[in-house]
Design a protein around this ligand. Structure first.
Ligand SMILES: [Zn+2]
Length: 98
């Protein structure tokens, strides 16, 4: 089972790729520059955008900040309509049999 984002607690679509703001990244809970280490205990699954908001802040700070941004409609839109324009088969055949 795929893990949710540990900053905003929303699901992660693991099929998305950078630079999509909701693509998956591994966040270092305590930033390396603050003494954190590259270990499993010091990392968690996150959205690229949530990770960017967190920056070098604490996880608690980031959770509060991300929740505020989402509440105020300042999170990037989840673009779920890329290349999903559908053509109904009936429309296709109608056009080609004229
Ligand atoms: Zn998130």
């Amino acid at each position: 089972m795929d893990a949710d984002c540990y900053i905003c607690f929303r699901p992660i679509d693991y099929t998305l790729r950078a630079p999509d703001p909701y693509s998956f990244v591994v966040d270092e809970t305590v930033p390396l520059k603050h003494g954190g280490t590259l270990t499993h205990d010091n990392s968690g699954p996150a959205h690229r955008w949530c990770n960017a908001v967190k920056g070098t802040h604490s996880l608690a700070w980031a959770r509060t900040r991300v929740a505020q941004l989402i509440a105020h409609g300042q999170a990037p839109a989840r673009d779920t309509n890329i290349n999903t324009t559908r053509i109904r088969a009936s429309a296709w055949f109608d056009t080609n049999t004229r």
